[in-house]
Design a protein around this ligand. Structure first.
Ligand code: 5GP
Ligand code: ZN
Length: 115
């Protein structure tokens, strides 16, 4: 999609520090990390957010990629938090669905709500 920053990252038009990639998904480091581990996971196809009619198969594949990312980043055992900001009240700023994978330290109940 034109003018979508994450589509451009998926297409290789904007650089990103890649963590995992295959033909359907891409995981890359967040530009402004909120935790020692802060990786974003996106489908290569454009959907605005989790409420944008993502096919079950696509959504399932995206969420199973989270586990791979947690293993690659070394937080699968220690634990991690998954956040999918959706819409205005959640302050979604990039309108290409993305899963935040946060970890590498003990999180409290409040602060990651700002991610
Ligand atoms: P949102 O608030 O939409 O859930 O989060 C968007 C996230 O994307 C933010 O954590 C922000 O730091 C990250 N982000 C925005 N632009 C870029 C970019 O160009 N590259 C990378 N790697 N992350 C970005
Ligand atoms: Zn996009």
């Amino acid at each position: 999609m034109e003018d979508c920053i994450f589509c451009k990252i998926a297409a290789g038009q904007i650089p990103a520090n890649k963590v995992y990639e295959d033909d359907r998904v891409l995981a890359f480091e967040d530009l402004n990390p909120q935790m020692p581990v802060h990786t974003l996971v996106i489908p290569k196809s454009h959907y605005r957010n989790i409420a944008d009619g993502i096919p079950d198969d696509e959504l399932g594949y995206l969420m199973n990629t989270v586990k791979k990312v947690a293993e690659i980043k070394g937080v699968a055992e220690s634990g991690f938090r998954v956040i999918v900001n959706t819409g205005a009240d959640a302050r979604q700023t990039v309108h290409h669905v993305h899963v935040h994978v946060l970890g590498g330290g003990l999180m409290n109940v409040d602060s990651p709500a700002q991610v």
